[in-house]
Design a protein around this ligand. Structure first.
Ligand code: ACO
Length: 403
């Protein structure tokens, strides 16, 4: 890697790198990715091991604190997450006044930013102590707010978090329990949710994480920075792809289930259509997260009375695309979003909530990245340059002389 800062000081040169795909914006010790070989590790630990052995709460601790917690630290963290899980009652009015049909990602982004006002700065705490509370508050309350927004969108009574349930079980219970139909917590679904959120935990300097770091570099508070990350994640080329994948599979299903015309469209340069859930800016091979989620799709599907036709379409689409010369030449493989929607559908999560689910999983990563940026002795305000391509200097023309 070239240290461009010293090069610029010496020569005045700047780099031109649209999308920053070849630019290291920071030094980071959080997540290692090798896109050529499909490797992903958090703090050095392969995601495959975390998906098999860890929980989402433990992985969140790992990402944020840099090491796995001891038992007493994990217990304390879990207790704190429970203690902070309620949402200020006044926030309900805020929720209820969003227009019907407002996308839950827009609501979540606004709500997270607003948390700053509902939970103002605490007196007498050091910056680190206060940050610890903000971190637990965010991880805990974002989950509660996500479930609340779903219940409110249905016009149903909100279900409050229960102190005796773990993080993931609590989320499922808040989403699906109701006075008329009590929800039976299934250990396989709880495990699947843990794995799904572990796999979304962090992904180095992707679009939303870069947004969190860039906004945070201006030394704005953590809530505002996370709110910016949520907005970036909403985009359909980023986290919004999980929703777009299901819409695409539904379209294929409605058109009779033949995947080939869709693969042909994705190849056609005169058509803007892309196969959603395929391709990645860094992975030029199978996304390691997609491999795990694909297996999990089979486990959760086995729980259903009736199999989901979209899973068959997904399998066939993958098979056809992976044999297609265009996809081979362009190194296009399934990414994390390709099978995640199928898993969430099996759990009963509605499609509009998919990107919110992604945001809950990504939250520990955003927090870890923001803290790393904040704590860095080499912290700098993010301020990219540009290549100016506009007019040369010209005089102001009075309005009456303009044609
Ligand atoms: N379907 C068809 N063609 C594709 C696809 C796709 N899904 N993805 C990339 N390509 C093609 C492009 O048309 C381009 O072709 P060309 O070189 O012949 O013009 C080439 O591959 C490179 O495309 P870029 O957009 O420049 O590649 P990049 O690596 O920046 O794109 C991205 C990554 C945005 C994820 C892209 O693959 C895509 O749009 N995929 C579909 C959306 C998606 O699944 N997003 C989720 C990504 S994972 C995440 O964010 C959580």
């Amino acid at each position: 890697a070239i240290d461009i800062q010293s090069l610029r000081k010496r020569t005045g040169l700047i780099t031109y790198d649209p999308g920053f795909n070849n630019t290291g914006s920071c030094k980071s010790a959080i997540t290692f990715m090798d896109g050529e070989n499909g490797v992903l590790r958090y703090r050095g630990i392969p995601v495959e091991q975390l998906a098999e052995k860890s929980t989402f709460v433990e992985t969140a601790y790992l990402l944020i604190n840099g090491r796995l917690p001891e038992q007493k630290e994990l217990t304390r963290f879990s207790v704190l997450l429970n203690d902070h899980s309620m949402v200020h009652e006044d926030m309900r009015t805020f929720f209820e006044n969003f227009p019907r049909g407002a996308h839950p990602m827009g609501i979540l982004s606004a709500m997270v930013n607003a948390l700053r006002f509902f939970y103002p700065q605490l007196e007498g705490l050091s910056e680190t102590e206060e940050l610890d509370i903000i971190v637990t508050r965010l991880i805990s309350k974002v989950r509660t707010m996500a479930a609340m927004s779903y219940k409110i969108s249905l016009g149903h009574k909100v279900v409050y978090p229960k102190p005796d349930l773990c993080y993931c079980a609590n989320f499922l219970n808040m989403m699906f329990d109701s006075p008329v139909k009590p929800y039976n917590l299934d250990p396989d679904f709880i495990r699947a949710l843990n794995v799904l959120w572990i796999l979304h935990g962090d992904h180095e300097q992707n679009c939303s994480t870069s947004a969190v770091r860039l906004v945070g570099s201006a030394r704005v508070n953590l809530y505002a920075s996370i709110s910016a990350g949520i907005s970036a994640l909403w985009g359909r080329l980023h986290g919004g792809a999980n929703q777009a994948v299901i819409r695409m599979m539904e379209e294929i299903h409605a058109a009779g289930g033949d995947v080939k015309p869709f693969v042909a469209r994705a190849r056609d340069k005169n058509d803007n259509f892309r196969l959603m859930g395929f391709g990645h800016s860094v992975y030029k091979t199978y996304d390691p997260r997609a491999k795990i989620i694909k297996k999990m799709a089979d486990t959760v599907q086995a729980k259903l009375d009736k199999s989901d036709p979209l899973l068959d379409i997904a399998r066939e689409l993958e098979e056809v695309a992976l044999k297609d010369p265009y996809f081979i030449d362009h190194n296009l493989y399934p990414n994390v979003d390709f099978y995640s929607g199928i898993v969430m559908r099996a759990m009963g999560i509605p499609t509009e909530m998919f990107t919110v689910m992604f945001a809950i999983g990504r939250l520990p990563g955003w927090i870890a990245q923001w803290k790393e940026c904040f704590d860095s002795p080499r912290w700098k305000l993010s301020r990219p340059r540009q290549i100016y391509i506009g007019n040369n200097v010209r005089d102001y023309t009075p309005i009456e002389a303009r044609t």
